[in-house]
Write a protein that binds this ligand. Structure first.
Ligand code: AMP
Ligand code: MG
Length: 359
């Protein structure tokens, strides 16, 4: 009798232990399981990956936000904020400017500021020139120089007038905006904010090559982000280990067309002459906290070329970068020393802020 009770007690303990163990395991599994969402938006593919019990719902909110931002920011939709601004006549200072969403207003403001900081290397009023080349329509062709000179007369980000009190925007006649250089970074910032608000602490967003990570991986180790090679041979130039960062790359290899002359024409234009950038850079990767700023800077520093980009970085502690030059060299800034691991075959050099003095 006693032995029976003992056997039952042991059996119950083992059973209970087993149930608790299984529950802990499945809870751990649930917390660690990746929830993913694939979207096609802003003319590219987005893959959103998040962990934790609230991840699934949070990703649904993210998908709705992406749609909302695309509806507001798209340059090819007449009913978006940008479409309305570009199609309407908002040059008359006696009339109220275009009424746009607070989001759009803030993004234009941030992009105009980046224009100032980069001395016009980033210019969100390039739209008429981009359209002429066919980059926004797909009807690619090489414009003649006179047409470009004419169109460039309306390209000037300093002419964007933002009425803070009314939250409206005015631009001179003929001046039109395109937020393509900053929209994905801004979207990333919005999504990271949504994920945080909904209790997610670990996520990796791939917005058409713009990477933004929230926290670390669920096991506590940093996210590993591959930096793609800008060359046709493919592969990658290395891996970056990051937590809570945006990693944004620009290069003409991402989108280009081959002209009637057999030459490649890339989608990033020099606002000075309206021609696709051709300098010593093949790609620029910017690493920092803000997706919007990293996105704007990746485009702008690509326009600047290596020397100016390095000078720009030396004056600013807020970001790090990796430059790949056309001759196949990889330069990374000193802040990435411990988190960038290059693929063995590349010729790699560290850029320091003060020559000779190290950090
Ligand atoms: P990204 O891929 O972030 O470098 O942005 C490139 C996109 O921004 C292009 O596809 C154009 O829509 C637009 N763009 C091209 N050149 C410039 C420029 N110099 N300043 C601002 N936007 C640009
Ligand atoms: Mg950009």
């Amino acid at each position: 009798m006693k032995r029976d009770r003992f056997t039952i007690a042991v059996f119950m303990t083992v059973l209970l232990g087993g149930i608790i163990f299984a529950t802990v395991l499945s809870e751990k599994h649930r917390l660690q399981t990746a929830h993913t969402k694939d979207l096609f938006a802003m003319d590219t593919y987005f893959t959103l990956e998040a962990y934790g019990p609230t991840a699934e719902d949070a990703l649904e909110s993210c998908a709705r936000k992406v749609q909302e931002l695309e509806d507001r920011l798209s340059v090819t939709r007449q009913d978006s904020d940008i479409g309305k601004l570009n199609e309407g006549n908002f040059s008359d200072s006696a009339q109220p400017g275009a009424e746009i969403a607070a989001d759009t207003f803030e993004l234009i403001k941030e992009a105009r500021k980046l224009g100032e900081e980069t001395e016009g290397a980033l210019d969100i009023t390039l739209y008429p020139v981009l359209r002429e080349w066919g980059f926004t329509t797909g009807n690619y062709h090489i414009p003649d120089e006179r047409t470009l000179r004419e169109l460039l007369k309306n390209v000037d980000y300093t002419k964007i007038y933002l009425d803070e009190a009314r939250r409206t925007v005015r631009v001179p006649e003929g001046t039109k905006l395109d937020l393509g250089a900053v929209a994905k970074g801004y979207t990333g910032d919005c999504l990271i904010e949504i994920l945080k608000q909904q209790g997610v602490t670990s996520a990796m967003l791939d917005l058409g090559g713009n990477i933004q990570v929230l926290g670390a991986k669920p096991d506590g180790s940093p996210w590993r982000v591959a930096i793609k090679s800008p060359f046709e041979s493919g592969g990658m130039i290395g891996v970056l280990e990051v937590t809570d960062k945006a990693v944004v790359t620009s290069g003409s290899y991402e989108r280009y067309f081959v002209g009637e002359d057999g030459e490649k024409y890339g989608h990033i234009l020099n606002p000075l002459d309206g021609y696709p950038v051709r300098n010593d850079l093949a790609s620029v990767t910017i690493v920092g906290e803000s997706g919007t700023r990293c996105d704007g800077l990746s485009t702008a520093l690509f326009v600047m070329g290596r020397e100016r980009a390095v000078e720009f970085w030396k004056r600013r502690p807020e970001f790090e970068m990796i430059l790949v030059t056309e001759d196949g060299k990889v330069y990374f800034t000193q802040g990435l020393r411990d988190c960038f691991e290059s693929g063995g075959e590349w010729n790699v050099e560290e850029i320091v802020r003060y020559e000779g003095g190290g950090a």
